[in-house]
Each structure stands twice: as C-alpha cells, then as structure tokens.
Write a protein that binds this ligand. Structure first.
Ligand SMILES: Cc1cc2nc3c(=O)[nH]c(=O)nc-3n(C[C@H](O)[C@H](O)[C@H](O)COP(=O)(O)O)c2cc1C
Length: 186
C-alpha cells in the first residue's frame, strides 16, 4: 500500500514561528506508512472575488492542487485574538472557492502552539467550525495544544517537551487510522 500523503499547513509566516517548529517536529514523529509535505501560503494575496474572477493566482492554484493530491491535512496554527490567524483564514478562503473545492471530504488533524496558557484552544475550535462548512473531518482526539510555546523549543527550534511530542505522535497515528477508515473502498 502506498504511503498516506499528508499536507501540513502552518498558520504562521514568521521565520522563528513555534508552529512551524511544531510542524517540523510532527515530521519527526510520523508513523510508518505516512509522509508530511509542507504547504507554502506566504505569497497569497488577500482574497478578492474580482481577482478570483480572473483565475486563481499561481500560488493559490498550487496550494489547491496540493490539497487535492493529499490524503489528509495537518493544520498547525497559532491563535490570534482568540481565533484563527488571518493568513490561515485567507489561505482557506482562497482554496475553498469553486469549482471542486479540494477540502471536501478531507480527513484533518489540528494542533497548535501559542504563548498563552491555553495553547491555541480557542483558535482550534474556530478551525473546527470552519471544517464543518467545508465538509472536512477532523480527528477528535488527542487535542494537541502546546501552551507557553517559548518554553517548549530549544535554540535550534527542536521541540523539547516530551509530553507534546507523545501527543503529536498519537495525533498522527489517529489521523492515519482515520484516513484509512474514511478512504473510499477500491
Ligand atoms: C495578532 C496576535 C494576536 C495574538 N493573540 C493571541 C491569543 O489570542 N492567544 C494566545 O495564546 N496568544 C496570542 N498571541 C501570541 C501568539 O501565541 C504568539 O505570538 C505565538 O508565538 C505565535 O505563533 P508563532 O510563533 O507560530 O508565530 C497573539 C499574537 C499576535 C501577533
């Protein structure tokens, strides 16, 4: 059986992003039979229906194609003002437009790291609400919320929190099982 292809989508664009570090940590925790590629949403313009009417910008089209080709998605996002960061919402808004929006039916896992004590809980629940409209199917458990992110990574950007590492591993195992369960029978 071929590997389950996961597309990792990070909700932060900054170079020293803890969420980008967490996504790289996830690449180090993948179970056998799964691989994670990372999407680049840094060059997306702000969503504008007039622009879309001329066709999707190249970076957006590439993202849509990557989503369509993926078996599952892994969102790794900070929390901004108790919600999903604008850059992530903008990327989702672009990719969600017809025809054939590629999110439809995708298995999804969600995790995040924030400076606060709730570790992106509120942003994650907003993201789950977005999944309802787009007909994506998020794994329920475990919830991976990395609080006080500034204390969880070393100077090289490696995740040092063993509890978080274990939860990420469990989340990926759940995503793998969930993806196989949702996969249309051949
Ligand atoms: C605009 C903005 C809003 C923020 N709002 C929250 C928030 O609601 N909850 C929280 O825990 N942290 C909040 N933070 C702090 C982020 O958790 C922190 O900057 C985190 O490192 C961002 O993730 P990153 O390192 O992946 O860029 C906010 C930061 C910014 C820039």
């Amino acid at each position: 059986m071929s590997d389950i292809k996961v597309l990792g989508i990070c909700g932060s664009l900054r170079k020293g992003s803890f969420n980008a570090m967490a996504l790289r940590a996830a690449q180090g925790q993948i179970p056998a039979g799964m691989k994670i590629d990372i999407a680049d949403i840094s060059a997306f313009p702000l969503y504008n229906e007039d622009v879309r009417a001329q066709g999707f910008p190249a970076a957006v089209q590439a993202f849509r194609d990557q989503i369509a080709a993926a078996d599952a998605l892994l969102f790794v996002t900070p929390e901004y003002n108790y919600s999903v960061p604008g850059v992530l919402k903008n990327a989702i808004d672009w990719a969600s437009r017809p025809p054939n929006h590629p999110f439809d039916g995708k298995p999804v896992a969600i995790m995040g790291a924030s400076g606060g004590v709730l570790g992106t809980a509120r942003a994650q629940y907003h993201l789950r609400q977005i999944c309802v409209f787009l007909n994506m199917f998020p794994v329920n458990k475990p919830e991976v919320m990395i609080p006080q992110a500034q204390t969880r990574f070393d100077a090289e950007g490696r995740l040092t929190d063993e509890t978080a590492k274990g939860l990420i591993k469990q989340l990926l195992e759940s995503l793998q099982a969930w993806t196989l369960r949702l996969k249309p029978k051949a």
